[in-house]
Ligand binder design. Sequence first.
Ligand SMILES: [Zn+2]
Length: 299
Amino acid sequence: MGLFSKKPPCPICGGKISWFLPSKIEGEYICDACYGKLDMDADKESKLTMQGFREYLAFYDQNQILKDRFVVSERIDFGLWDTKIIFDYQNKLFCMSKNPDKTVFEGRQLKSFTIREDSTPLFEGSSAGIRRYTSTVTERAMAMAPQIAQLAASKRMARTLDRLDDGKVNNSAPVQYFDIPEPFRAFNVELHFDHPYWTVLKCDMDGPRFDNTLPDVNNYLRAYQQSIEEMDKLVAALRTVAFSGAAEQSVGSGMGTLYTNMAPPADAIEEIKKYKALMEDGIISQQEFEAKKKQLLGI
Ligand SMILES: [Zn+2]
């Protein structure tokens, strides 16, 4: 007895297989040290064969050379979950970690990237250029100012009344929670690769939040500005390692661009029909009709 649970050694390195929940590839147990080297798209990992794993390990050894060479020039922090991207400008490398201990990418392996505020584009970049869209977050936050000021005032009033009542803060007073949603939840960053083991890497950075005890639009906008500076830093870093020749271009809002690509709204068409009738009746001139048509179509 005693040997019945003994597993064969790791087929890759001959090392010991973990007794606790060992990892498997194609039904064969792999030691933790070998399995720990895996860093690839989840769908590629799920289809990995033993032969594919051996090929990956050759790639891993090659990548070790880039890890050893890596000198951190820039570090972008994604906050909450401690996600970081580090860049090496000299060697045009980057890595999604705080140290070059995961797959190190060469800038030329990056095909494109996008940064969105929820689903609205903020940046799009590739060798063809970097597009920066106008964000509407600032104006949307500012439009909320009266609502927020009103809530803050009613909270102050409630607190004052509370103190007048018995001279102490009364915890039984109804609490007003601030539950107005922020203009957007998160910056969604997507990196698209031309790479044997990576197609896309996605990471989020939470957008700023209102303080729900004392919401303030100016505080929100200051926090937002800081996040935008971090995104600018990220775009500049990606451009340095991957698209150094690419020109930056400011375009309208991401929403606006999507909108102008679509058919004009139905009511604009209806309006044009009305003006056309006026022209046909001789009430307005052809020139006046053309001008109105262009205005309604936004062209
Ligand atoms: Zn092993």
